[in-house]
Design a protein around this ligand. Structure first.
Ligand code: SF4
Length: 303
């Protein structure tokens, strides 16, 4: 259940940059619920009512999606997280907190770690592409090493990490998809979210795309690169997402609409055609202690 805590991020307020990442819209890659007047507690309450209408015993993931959720004072982070308290026994089964690698202070980690003693907590860290030149070109303004460090510190605090990647960023190419997967594997993240680049309205990429300076992947190419990506992940990393969805009213490109299940099926067919599977090309890091991964499988299962 996607939630908007009305935060911001250092890439918008000038701390690291202005105007945001080239792919991100004014809603901070989220729902925009706060801007449209729905307070956080109300978003959660409404969402839970909605899923309970569909399912008598739902398991809900409270997903703090918009902006950089740890880029706030610790007191505010505590206040934000407190909205899940009434639902921890039922129906919330996990809390997922999206943020940037450069906004994870020790007090924020401590706060998340405290919550993780009562419910599964996932820190979703945007890497997007494992190449500092690409990160700079898309106005991301953090580095791959900052991502590595954030994964290490999150895992040391007992938290599970989901790495977020985008395939098809300009200049990144097929080798970029492979490189990003290798960094995900090497850092030992427990989960991965990946999707193809989309051009949304009111983003920097809108301007580039309208000027004919930006192309996006077609569905066949995406599935091909996705297979490369998945082959290089840790075999037991959980794939939380393989596609992104933005309504056609907001999305300029691509215009192809392949349902999530279809992408999953096409990926499975491509891996079968190659005779490979997730992790077939995984290479264990030379220094496993640096990755934080428990050798026999994801920490989320080991705890
Ligand atoms: S993607 Fe995240 S870091 Fe980038 S502008 Fe959007 S909210 Fe900020």
């Amino acid at each position: 259940m996607a939630l908007d805590a009305g935060s911001t991020c250092p890439n918008r307020d000038g701390t690291r940059g202005f105007g945001g990442c080239a792919f991100c819209d004014v809603e901070g890659s989220g729902t925009g619920a706060v801007r449209s007047g729905t307070e956080l507690a109300e978003q959660l309450e409404r969402g839970i009512r909605r899923v309970r209408r569909r399912d008598a015993e739902p398991g809900v993931i409270a997903y703090f999606q918009s902006y950089s959720n740890t880029y706030v004072e610790t007191a505010r982070l505590r206040e934000v997280l407190s909205v899940v308290e009434p639902y921890l026994a039922d129906p919330i089964v996990a809390v997922s907190v999206a943020t940037r690698p450069d906004t994870l202070s020790e007090p924020a980690l401590e706060c998340l770690s405290e919550l993780s003693r009562r419910v599964a907590v996932w820190v979703e860290l945007g890497l997007e592409a494992a190449d500092d030149r690409i990160l700079e070109a898309i106005h991301r303004f953090h580095t791959v090493d900052e991502y590595r460090d954030a994964v290490r510190r999150s895992q040391a605090a007992g938290l599970s990490v989901i790495g977020h990647a985008i395939l098809g960023l300009p200049g990144d190419g097929r080798e970029g998809a492979r490189r990003t997967a290798r960094v995900m594997a090497e850092t030992g993240v427990e989960g991965v979210k990946v999707h193809n680049l989309m051009v949304l309205r009111r983003t920097r990429f809108e301007r580039d795309w309208r000027a004919g300076e930006l192309e996006v992947l077609d569905a066949d190419t995406y599935v091909d690169w996705l297979a490369d990506f998945v082959e290089r992940l840790h075999p037991e990393a959980v794939l939380h997402r393989l596609t992104a969805d933005a309504p056609l009213a907001q999305r300029l490109a691509p215009r192809w609409d392949v349902h999530k299940n279809e992408v999953r099926e096409r990926l499975a067919a491509e891996l079968e055609r190659r005779g490979t599977r997730q992790g077939s090309l995984y290479r264990a890091p030379s220094n496993p202690a640096a990755s934080g991964r428990v050798p026999e499988g994801p920490r989320a299962q080991a705890r």
